[in-house]
Design a protein around this ligand. Structure first.
Ligand code: FPP
Length: 247
C-alpha cells in the first residue's frame, strides 16, 4: 500500500531531527572506502530533504558533523568537508525551487574557510525562503551548546541585563543555537545504533524516538514516510494521561 496515503497531513511533526549513521559500515559491507559511504550518504540527504519538504515538515535538522568527528582521520574529515561544499552548490537550485531556507547550528567558525564561505552564500541566498528550514548541525555538540548558553546568560547577569530570578526555560531556549526553532518532535537514527550521541539534548525533551536498521546511504523517501507513519501512530502525552489527551 502506498505509504503516502497512510500519512495524515494534519499530524506532520513540525521539527524532525536525524542522526545519519552507518555510512562507514555501508562502505565496509561493500568492500569500499569509507568516503564512498559518505558520498552515497548525500543521495539519502537529498531524498530526505525532498520527502520532508513534500510533507510540509517545518524544520529538518541533520547531524552532519559532530564536535567528536574532528578526531576522525584527516583525509575523512577533508572528504566530508568537500562533500558538504559540493552538495551545497548542487542543491541550491533545489532549495530555491522548494522554498527551503538553510541555517546551521554548531561552531561553524571552526570549519575550513571554503565550507564557511559556501555556507554563508547559500544561507544568504535562501534567507527569504519560507516553506522549510534545513538546519545543518556542523561541528555541533549539545554539551558545548549548553556550555555556550550558560556563558552567554551569565554574561548578561554580570552586566546586569538579566536577573538570576528571570532565568527560566524560555530564557535558556532563547540562548541555544536553536533559539529560532521549535522543540524537536521526532528524532530518527539510522543504522541500528540506539544512542543520542550528544545531539540536541535540551531540545529532545519530549521528542518521539525512531530507530531503524537501514544504513544511512540506503535511506530513501519511503523510509522517511514509513517513519512518519509510525510517529503518527504514537500517542504523545507530554506527561498527561491518555484520557486527558483524547478530550
Ligand atoms: C555517520 O556515518 C555519518 C557522518 C559522520 C556524516 C554524515 C554526512 C553525510 C551524509 C554527507 C555530507 C552531508 C551533507 C549535509 C551534504 P559513520 O561514518 O559514523 O558510519 P559508521 O558508524 O558506519 O562508521
Amino acid at each position: 500500500m502506498n505509504l503516502l496515503n497512510q500519512i495524515d497531513p494534519d499530524k506532520i511533526p513540525k521539527h524532525v531531527a536525524i542522526i545519519m549513521d552507518g555510512n562507514g559500515r555501508w562502505a565496509k559491507q561493500k568492500g569500499l572506502m569509507r568516503v564512498l559511504g559518505h558520498r552515497n550518504g548525500v543521495k539519502a540527504v537529498k531524498q530526505t530533504i525532498d520527502a520532508a519538504s513534500e510533507l510540509g515538515v517545518e524544520v529538518l535538522t541533520l547531524y552532519a558533523f559532530s564536535t567528536e568527528n574532528w578526531s576522525r582521520p584527516k583525509t575523512e574529515v577533508k572528504a566530508l568537508m568537500n562533500l558538504l561544499v559540493s552538495s551545497l552548490k548542487d542543491e541550491l537550485d533545489n532549495f530555491q525551487k522548494k522554498n527551503i531556507r538553510l541555517q546551521t547550528i554548531g561552531q561553524t567558525e571552526s570549519l575550513p574557510k571554503k565550507a564557511q564561505k559556501q555556507l554563508r552564500e547559500v544561507i544568504e541566498l535562501t534567507k527569504n525562503n519560507t516553506s522549510m528550514v534545513l538546519n545543518l548541525a556542523l561541528s555541533y555538540g549539545s554539551r558545548e551548546e549548553i556550555v555556550n548558553t550558560i556563558k552567554n546568560i551569565s554574561k548578561k547577569v554580570v552586566n546586569k541585563q538579566l536577573l538570576i530570578e528571570e532565568i527560566d526555560e524560555k530564557i535558556i531556549n532563547n540562548h541555544l543555537y536553536t533559539f529560532t526553532l521549535p522543540d524537536v518532535d521526532f528524532l530518527i537514527r539510522t543504522s541500528g545504533e540506539k544512542r543520542i550521541s550528544n545531539f540536541l539534548l535540551w531540545q529532545i525533551a519530549y521528542a518521539e524516538f525512531y530507530f531503524t536498521d537501514v544504513l544511512w546511504p540506503d535511506f530513501r523517501k519511503e523510509d522517511f514516510f514509513k517513519a512518519i507513519v509510525e510517529y503518527q501512530n504514537r500517542e504523545r502525552r507530554f506527561g498527561k494521561t491518555s484520557e486527558q489527551i483524547i478530550k
